[in-house]
Write a protein that binds this ligand. Sequence first.
Ligand code: FDA
Length: 310
Amino acid sequence: MIDQLYRKAVLTVAERKPIEQLIRARGWGLAQRFVAGETSAEALRAVKELSQEGILSNLDLLGEFIESPAQCDEFAQNVLNLLDAAHAQGITPYVSIKLSSVGQGKTEGGEDLGLKNARRIVGKAKGYGGFVCLDMEDHPRVDQTLAQFRTLVGEFGAEHVGTVLQSYLYRTEADRDALDDLRPNLRIVKGAYLEPESVAMPDKADVDASYRRLVYAHMKAGSYVNVATHDESIIADVKHFVLAHGISKDAFEFQMLYGIRRDLQKQLAQEGYRVRAYIPYGRDWYAYFSRRIAERPGNAMFVLKGMLRG
Ligand code: FDA
């Protein structure tokens, strides 16, 4: 409950324009702890650095709630350019996209623009042997994201496109069950948005219990699981679960965010687990940065101290 209140307070403050202007103007140095850079060249450099430590990457060009269809097309083109740039450097591209950034909910030529652009992106990634994960956004988008995920798996195959389920939503266990026929590659997260209690569990203990159930159910179903958390007690339990159930290290991976628990990322990679870092980059870093601050009071202190230092 306290976690929920803290998150709500931070995200509400972060939405205020003067705060946004202040942090945008003075916070880039601080944001770089969580964001790999503003350009794809910087992000690809981060990919190479992590690979030297045995850590895989998942690139995320930042940009949310982009308004006009032309901006959505431009954003999609930038992701396509990223795929080309990665391929040109000998990197098999693995990227995440938010469907809202490429036009979800906007109709063009009788078709959803988000789906149309996602097709271009997944098609190109598949051509390079790569993978696209559809990030999960706030709860009003879940139905459409899951429906579009189903369409894309049908067209390109579950080896080239995955999506995310959030354990804080009451609906999620039923959503996972309903996707089983696709044998989908799913990233399980706790959920990062400010959601009403009517749809999301307010208590952290419930969110954590739901998280474990989702991971175990997906593993038992024999589908690939991305265990995306920094929660050491969940990570320890997952390690026990896979040992107890004879689940191979190829059937799942741990995922964490760039700049968070690098020590743990390295340690798991050294223990022989597949580990992937989610690497956000781009000029539109504010909303992403706010969510990271909202996850942990220590991060708010880090920002406050940084701002006071100037
Ligand atoms: P929890 O919040 O319980 O934290 C466990 C411990 O991890 C903390 O005690 C702390 O030590 C450390 N920690 C967590 N967050 C930290 C931070 N910001 N800074 C420093 N330490 C921190 N969400 C979503 O809604 N849609 C999505 O598509 C995604 N995608 C995604 C991809 C990947 C790879 C990850 C790891 C996470 C996401 N998320 C997400 C975010 C997710 O929903 C959640 O908000 C964060 O992962 C934080 O929750 P934890 O599972 O880490 O646990």
